[in-house]
Write a protein that binds this ligand. Structure first.
Ligand code: ZN
Length: 205
């Protein structure tokens, strides 16, 4: 008990909360909830959680061709001869490529940028894998590059930068269509999305 007669939080808990709150998307309140969940959970569960954290860090690497997170370098996509190497899909992170893979609609290759251009956060093109992408495109020009960056200011800036750097006019460059989400209502859609949806409309006859 301290002078105010209040229990002070254990420094071990504070340290755990501080580590958790540094994870993306985890605010201080969520970090607190997670910390107390960990403390109350069976020890075996927490041991296997910490083991998989360490395993992920020690055994995973980045593919030296496309920069996706992988156990084997080159990754199973780059080393698969059945994939269409004439199409390259450019995404911010490995998780975006995994999301596209889960749709079972794309059989080309990827290039993972490992982030997006964000001057506010001090991230310029040189912090990303853009020069590697440009080397890939120069040494082995694909027929098409699909830019699948996020529809955000950073995603747009990254996309524009890349498009301006690719001078080979024989390569088709496309960007993912942006529009109304499936199950979404037009009246709940923000103006910018609605304008993009109009501009990306597809002819059906
Ligand atoms: Zn790869």
């Amino acid at each position: 008990m301290n002078q105010n007669n209040k229990a002070s939080i254990s420094s071990i808990i504070s340290e755990l909360i501080s580590h958790l709150s540094q994870l993306p998307g985890i605010g201080p309140k969520t970090a607190e909830r997670l910390a107390f969940h960990i403390i109350k959970a069976p020890e075996s569960k927490i041991v296997s959680l910490s083991e998989s954290l360490i395993k992920a860090k020690q055994m995973l690497t980045f593919c030296k061709i496309c920069f996706i997170v992988t156990e084997n370098d080159p990754c199973s996509i780059c080393s698969n001869d059945f994939r269409d190497k004439s199409i390259l899909c450019v995404v911010h992170d490995s998780i975006d490529a995994f999301a596209i893979e889960n749709t079972n609609t794309y059989s080309g290759n990827y290039h993972i940028l490992n982030g997006s251009i964000s001057p506010i956060n001090g991230i310029g093109p040189q912090e990303l894998t853009i020069s590697n992408l440009l080397d890939r495109v120069k040494n082995n020009p694909p027929k098409e590059i699909i830019i699948a960056t996020n529809p955000t200011i950073e995603g747009d800036a990254t996309s524009t930068y890349i498009i301006n750097q690719i001078t080979n006019t024989e390569i088709n460059i496309s960007r993912l269509a942006i529009g109304i989400p499936i199950g979404g209502d037009l009246d709940y859609t923000d103006n910018k999305t609605l304008v993009q949806a109009f501009n990306s409309r597809q002819s059906i006859r």
